[in-house]
Design a protein around this ligand. Structure first.
Ligand SMILES: *Cc1c(COP(=O)(O)O)cnc(C)c1O
Length: 401
């Protein structure tokens, strides 16, 4: 048995099989490259579902984490700590908003948004108690908690986890008319991904996000943008909403906010909306801890200059140009996305997304498939152009074969 096979067999013996990883066992990583237990190097074209926008082992992030490790890592919110104010101020400023509520994982940020919208609905909008409704889109991915899977349309994510949390209305993604029709007096929020990541990097039709903005403003409904995967530079802008000139009422952030070092998520909104909370009504032991704040503060600082966004935009143009050449006549059916983020639909006759991913792995490129024959490409934003080109060449070779 090889070292790799042995490591996989041991892991499978004692872990729940809630994932189906590619058969590679990573030992170390640097920038856009990962090295496995047998010394083979792989180009990371997934970047931890965008948690690693700044690459593996980013010097600035590791230094910030190390410095904070030596000072204080956890206080709980029972006490103040000296990184908290800078983190909240910095993140609010980056978002052009007023108030930050820190959590840890993306799902917790979504849960916090749901609770906030409901509370806002009862306390501010005047919705009768227990009647609040939140509109979401079909094929969404917002996380894995019982409430969140309650409004998933993916049978894999949802089946057998009931009873489900009520209070959600599901409408087709990209359909403004359906959203308008679903809206009632009791609607407190629209929760939407500005680009649907897990669904296959689906970019909504032009005008959709501005349409939601207009509609929600008209009807006194909160527009919640889940930018957990699309945000923080991935699409070539700080937020995917910016491509449509839209500012929501609330951003949900996670993944890259922790720089791939620690889990950090946040809800960012106005003082009026997040001002609904009083002490004791919501919280998290680890939310806003000193280590998380120190790393996230560095992430915020890195995004301030716009250099990562610009890199994602430029390399993204190149990526989409190259992928575009594969569409039509060839094995690629369609390519979608923005910036360094692409969903590539492969002709199902050429194999499933999983098979393509395995063949790419054999060529030392790591990607992840999503539904059926779609693969998703999202390398760290720090990837060298030559490395991106090399990765694309491997994809062309796999599709040729
Ligand atoms: C990943 C993701 C989440 C959930 O984040 P976790 O940290 O895995 O809980 C929520 N929304 C979107 C859009 C995501 O991509």
């Amino acid at each position: 048995m090889s070292t790799t096979e042995n490591a996989i067999a041991c892991a499978e013996a004692h872990s729940a099989h809630n994932y189906h990883p590619l058969p590679v066992v990573v030992a170390t990583a640097d920038g856009a490259w990962m090295t496995d237990v047998e010394g083979r190097r792989y180009l990371d074209m997934l970047a931890g579902y965008s948690a690693l926008n700044f690459g593996h082992g980013n010097r600035r992030l590791i230094d910030a984490a190390r410095a904070q490790l030596e000072r204080v890592t956890l206080t709980s919110r029972a006490f103040h700590h000296d990184r908290f104010a800078d983190f909240c101020t910095g993140l609010a400023e980056l978002c052009g908003m007023e108030t930050v509520l820190p959590m840890n994982t993306g799902a917790e940020a979504v849960e916090t948004a749901v609770k906030t919208a409901r509370k806002w609905g009862y306390r501010v909008k005047g919705v009768p108690d227990g009647m609040a409704k939140i509109i979401v889109a079909a094929d969404n991915f917002h996380g894995r908690t019982t409430t969140i899977v309650s409004f998933s349309t993916d049978p894999e994510a949802r089946a057998d986890f009931g009873p489900y949390t009520p209070g959600f209305e599901i409408v087709p993604y990209g359909d403004l008319t359906a959203m308008r029709e679903a809206m009632t007096e009791n609607t407190v929020a629209v929760l939407i991904e500005p680009i649907q990541g897990e669904a296959g990097v689906l970019v909504p039709p032009p005008g959709y996000l501005p349409g939601i903005r207009e509609l929600t403003r008209e009807r006194n409904v909160l527009f919640i943008a889940d930018e957990i995967q699309s945000g923080l530079g991935r699409t070539g802008r700080t937020f995917a909403c910016e491509h449509e000139g839209v500012v929501p009422d609330m951003y949900l952030l996670g993944k890259a906010l922790g720089g791939g070092v620690v889990p950090v998520s946040a809800v960012v909104s106005s003082a009026a909306v997040l001002g609904v909370y009083r002490p004791g009504e919501h919280g998290s032991t680890f939310g806003g801890n000193p280590l998380a704040c120190a790393v996230a503060l560095e992430v915020i600082d890195m995004l301030r200059t716009g250099e990562y966004q610009q890199r994602a935009a430029e390399l993204g143009d190149h990526l989409h140009h190259e992928l575009g050449l594969l569409v039509g006549g060839g094995p690629v059916r369609a390519v979608r996305g923005r910036g360094l983020w692409a969903g590539v639909d492969i002709d199902p006759d050429r194999g499933t997304g999983r098979e393509i991913s395995e063949k790419l792995m054999e060529r030392r490129v790591l990607v992840k498939d999503t539904h059926g024959s779609t693969i998703r490409i999202a390398p760290p934003l720090v990837i060298a152009k030559e490395d991106l080109d090399w990765g694309l060449e491997q994809l062309r070779e796999v599709l040729r074969g």
